[in-house]
Design a protein. Sequence first.
Length: 435
Amino acid sequence: MIPRYTRPEMASIWEPQTRFKIWFEIEAHAADALAEIGTIPKEAAKTIWAKAKNATFDVARIDEIERETKHDVIAFLTHLAEIVGPEARFVHQGMTSSDVLDTCFNVQLTRAADLLLSDIDKVLAALKKRAFEHKMTPTIGRSHGIHAEPVTFGLKLAYAYAEFSRARERLVAARKEVATCAISGAVGTFAQIDPRVEEHVAKAMGLVPEPISTQVIPRDRHAMYFATLGVIASSVERLSIEIRHLQRTEVLEAEEFFSEGQKGSSAMPHKRNPVLSENLTGLSRMVRAYAMPAMENVALWHERDISHSSAERMIGPDATVTLDFALMRLAGLIEKLLVYPANMQKNLDRLGGLVHSQRLLIALTQKGASREDAYKYVQRNAMPVWRGEGDFQTLLKKDRDVKKHLSDAEIEEQFDLGYHFKHVDTIFKRVFGEA
C-alpha cells in the first residue's frame, strides 16, 4: 500500500492490529462453541474473552516469536497465551491455521467490499446529478474518434451510470461469494472439530459456512472477487479516458476542475492537464493486474499448499486500497467536472452538417432511391465538406440526383438537431427509473 493512494478507512482493515483482532475473535467464538458442546470448560471460554477481548496485541512481540517459529499463527497463539494464561491451552483445539487465516481474509474482503460499495454509491450519485443537469445538452457522438451523430452530454453520463450500476451488482455478488467461513480442521473433514463450531463462528463473524473445504476455502471464490474489482477498475478507466479526450485543447468540451493555486506544469505556466483522469487510468491498470494472481491461486496442490498465501498478502490490501482511492477520486472528479456546452455546439457545427448524413440517406430511400444510390449521392456531397469545400446542405440542394427525390424543404428538414434527442427521456427512464 502506497500512502499517496491510500485512504485510512480502507487501510485500517489491513493493519496488523485489525488482523490479530479478527484472529482472536475467530478463536474465541470457536472456544464458545466448543464449550457449548462440552469439549472444553465453559469457564475457559469465558476467561479467554475476559483476558483478551480488549487487549492491544503486541505486533512487535508476535513478529519476534515468528522469527523463531517461522509460523505466523503459532506466533500469534503463543502471544495470546501470554495474555490469557493457562486457559489458552483450550484455544485452537481441533483447528488448523487455514481455519483462522482464510476466515479472517474473508472477513477483511467483505469489509473492504462494503467500503467499495459505498464508494460506488458516491460515483453513482455524482453521475446521476450531472446527467440530469446535462440531459439535453447537445454534443457530438464519436465512433473511432470521428464525428458520428449528435448525442447529449447527459447520455454520456447516463452510459457511465448504467455501467457502474452493473458494477455495484457484480460487487454485491462477489461479496456474497467470498463471505464464507471454514473451521473444518486439517484437511476439511471435521475429524478433530465438530461442524457446529464452524456454524457458530460463521454466524458470529457475519459469514456462512463453506459447504466443503479442503484445508483451505476454495480460491475460485477469491478469483471472482478480484476479477470483479478488475472489471470495476476498467469502468473507472473508460470514464477517465472519455474525460481525457474531452479535455484535449482541440476539443475542450469538458475539463477537470482546476483549483486556485494549482499548477499544471513545471515548465509551462499555461497548462491545465487532466492529471486526475490520467492518474485513474494508471491506478486502474494496477487493480486489473491484481486479478491475475488471484486466478492463478485457484490451482493449489491436493488439499492445500501456500503458494496463494504470499500473493494474497499483497493483492488483498493493494487491490482494495487502490480501487477505494480511485472510486473516491472519480466521484470528486465528476462532481466538480467543468462542462462547456458552447464548445460542444461549436464542435457539432464544425463539419457543416455532415452529422446528419444518415438522415439524408434514409430520406432518399424512403422517396424511392435505392440504398446504394442514396449512399453514393450523400457521400459524394459529404467528401468536399470534409476538405473544406462548401456547406453540406447547400451542396445537396445543388445535386440533381438528390433533387429528383427531395425538395429544398425536405432537405432542410433532415438537419433538425432535436430529431436526435426524441428518445432521451425513454433512455433516462430505462437507466434511472421513473423517478
